[in-house]
Design a protein around this ligand. Structure first.
Ligand SMILES: [Zn+2]
Length: 187
């Protein structure tokens, strides 16, 4: 028989255990997301640096120096937006708002000197390393040069092609975005 004062003790302990468990479950997921993001940024930068010798100072209207700074320093001087712009990366846990539709998106124009890049749950899908790298290469075009989808696809494909001799096919999205009639081209 437990002493009377022990009543209520067990449920309290279960609550504590559940709270601890929630922390243990949440922690590795967040750490994995951070690792996946760091790798995607590193991979995208490595690909971009390999491509750099073959790029002009401006490609498809993208300021290549600003793009490089945005990718490597998350800070860039922009003649497009005007002035010094920071990049603020947010990892969103829920598929809410634009995350219902996209793996990642940017908030432009900049607010208070910063562009926000929101990474959605879909971005962190297991095994999507190559897609994450391409997403970073693509979104970074929006960060420095605005919202044109055809421009972002064309620039990312050019970087991949210059770095590796191949690029990720984007035919369906290229068509859906009406890029065939645009001034941008795929390699
Ligand atoms: Zn885009």
């Amino acid at each position: 028989m437990p002493p009377p004062h022990a009543r209520g003790y067990v449920p309290g302990m279960i609550r504590t255990l559940l709270a601890l468990l929630a922390i243990f479950i949440a922690q590795p997921a967040f750490a994995n997301d951070q690792t996946a993001l760091d790798r995607a940024l590193d991979d995208a930068l490595a690909t971009f640096e390999r491509a750099l010798p073959k790029l002009s100072s401006e490609e498809f209207g993208v300021d290549v120096a600003a793009y490089r700074d945005a990718l490597s320093l998350q800070q860039f001087r922009s003649s497009y937006w005007g002035g010094e712009i920071g990049l603020d990366i947010e990892m969103r846990e829920g598929a809410t708002g634009s995350c219902r539709q996209f793996a990642a998106f940017v908030r432009i124009p900049p607010e208070n000197g910063a562009v926000k890049l929101v990474l959605c749950p879909q971005f962190f899908s297991p095994g999507a390393d190559a897609l994450r790298e391409l997403t970073v290469l693509h979104e970074m075009v929006h960060v420095v040069a605005g919202r044109d989808e055809c421009q972002a696809m064309a620039f990312a494909a050019k970087v991949q092609m210059a770095a590796t001799g191949a690029f990720t096919p984007v035919d369906a999205y290229w068509k859906a975005s009406g890029c065939a009639g645009s001034r941008y081209t795929l390699p």
